[in-house]
Design a binder for this molecule. Structure first.
Ligand code: NAD
Length: 472
């Protein structure tokens, strides 16, 4: 049975942070909007199976870690009792509250919500599979594609087994395995590996490159790496997983790499976190002029328009970095363009945060990128050993680093490692977007005692007169 409704001005495919931000912005412009997603409410992977549940778990495990560390400060707690069912309940309540809130915001904006999987009939029509043999067609002036990404499952690494998990499986928190192998030392591997380590699993991580978080500033990763090595059983760098085999008592893993003591190891569970691939396999896409680039992403203009004039693409399908906040920003740009505004996706700095303990965050140009692109930069570092606030937090280890244009002192990039790094990075995003210099950062009074002072102090270091860093 096929149902059709009134034609809308904008139809958005995918209800994640990119898609719902686009739909809400388009509705706020006064456009008629339909939003298609299989879940009960908007939210997408980020809210249902990604950013939000993982951060809820990371919050809980930070409490566990802090309670353990408190013995050093004269407060001793009994060993924690972990009630997994209650913990899963907390995680579910967080997700429920936020997704229900989005459903409510959608309703107030009168965005039509069609639950199902959309295909493209033509450049102005969607066909939504709404379950069973029912279909709904949506005629529209514009389509915004925001279908996101899925975990990669390379054939040598993935076997169908309850013992082999992707990020969604790991977030389901069925149990705390005695031993967990994390394949991939990136965002997901380190965040979820940390959760399981705090809950009591013996965690090993295998990373095929020579360092954790490849591509991220080594000074920042260095701060995290020390902590990861303390908490994880093994950190195997320059190592690859050759094969997984299911046994009665776990997964036997064949490893390949130099300096490996054991090339065959057994783990109760294995988490595969080797990257995500964009969901570009949208039914009917081939009927349009939309192009897929050699990099596997949909080719889009700065307005996020594809080669098919009525179709826009945003978020993980429209290029790196695959981050929720980048998707939301693109969604708003696409909606503004459709509403007739002069808008473009041209950020100077996109922040990224790894929510481990300590957190790592950065934005703008990195020292490594500057080297590769032949851009002359100077760097300034402020070690948190010299921060009063970090010391009151039990001697939190950390670093604030600025990447600066030498002549003008203009801020080009910034990085943070330490507790709250994800909150600190925003000031430097604004500074980069506004073309601020280290002098501007130095002259802006920062509250004492806070970790935000480290931005001001790093600027002072660049200018050659750091109050708490002595240089002859
Ligand atoms: P990732 O790209 O961050 O890390 C994957 C890692 O796996 C890399 O270090 C890579 O070198 C390694 N790897 C690849 N193949 C391997 C193999 N065969 N053996 C060993 N190591 C191998 O990917 P991810 O952690 O899966 O996360 C996917 C994406 O999700 C990220 O790129 C990010 O955009 C997003 N994400 C963001 C956040 C956040 O913002 N905090 C959190 C989670 C995920």
């Amino acid at each position: 049975m096929t149902k059709s409704n009134d034609r809308v001005q904008v139809a958005v495919v995918g209800g994640g942070p990119g898609g719902y931000a686009a739909a809400f912005r388009a509705a706020d412009h006064g456009l008629s909007v339909a939003l298609v997603d299989p879940e009960e409410n908007p939210g997408g992977v980020c809210l249902y199976r990604g950013c939000i549940p993982s951060k809820a778990l990371l919050h809980v495990t930070k409490v566990l870690d802090d309670a353990r560390a408190a013995a050093e400060w004269g407060i001793r707690f009994a060993d924690p009792e972990i009630d997994l069912e209650a913990l899963r309940g907390f995680e579910a309540r967080v997700v429920e509250k936020l997704t229900r809130g989005l459903g409510d915001l959608r309703g107030r904006r009168d965005v039509r919500y069609v639950r199902g999987l959309a295909g493209i009939a033509d450049a102005h029509t969607l066909e939504v599979d709404t379950g069973g043999d029912t279909k709904e067609t949506i005629a529209c002036e514009h389509i915004i594609l925001a279908t996101g990404s899925k975990p990669m499952r390379p054939s040598n690494l993935w076997i169908e087994s309850p013992r082999v998990l992707d990020s969604s499986g790991a977030l389901a928190l069925d149990e705390v395995p005695k031993s967990l192998l994390v394949v991939g030392g990136g965002y997901i591997g380190l965040e979820l590996g940390s959760v399981y380590a705090s809950l009591g699993s013996r965690v090993s991580v295998v990373e095929m490159t020579e360092g954790l978080l490849p591509g991220v500033d080594r000074d920042l990763v260095g701060v995290l790496e020390k902590r990861v090595k303390e908490r994880f059983d093994q950190v195997l760098l320059g190592t690859k997983v050759e094969r997984l085999r299911e046994m009665d008592d776990g997964i036997r893993v064949s490893l390949e790499g130099e300096d490996l003591e054991e090339t065959e190891q057994r783990f109760e569970k294995v988490l595969i976190a080797v990257g995500r691939s964009p969901n570009t396999d949208i039914p009917g896409l081939g009927r349009t002029k939309v192009q897929i680039g050699d990099d596997g992403f949909l080719a889009v203009s700065p307005e996020r328009r594809t080669a098919e004039p009525s179709i826009f693409a945003i978020g993980d399908i429209a290029g790196e970095p695959m981050l929720a906040h980048k998707a939301s920003h693109e969604g708003k740009v696409a909606a503004d363009v459709i509403a007739g505004e002069a808008a473009a996706f041209e950020p100077r700095a996109i922040p990224a945060v790894v929510f481990t303990d300590p957190e790592i965050a950065w934005c703008g140009l990195s020292e490594e990128e500057a080297k590769e692109e032949g851009i002359d930069v100077e760097t300034a570092r402020f070690p948190w050993e010299a921060s009063g606030r970090a010391t009151t937090l039990g001697g939190a280890k950390g670093l604030t680093k600025l990447i600066v244009e030498p002549e003008s002192g203009r801020l080009l990039g910034a990085g943070f490692a330490g507790p709250g790094a994800g909150e600190l990075v925003s000031e430097t995003v604004l500074a980069i977007e506004m073309g601020a210099t280290t002098k501007d950062l130095e002259l802006s009074i920062h509250p004492h005692p806070t970790l935000s002072e480290t931005v001001m102090e790093a600027a002072e270091v660049f200018l050659g007169h750091g109050t708490h860093v002595y240089r002859r």
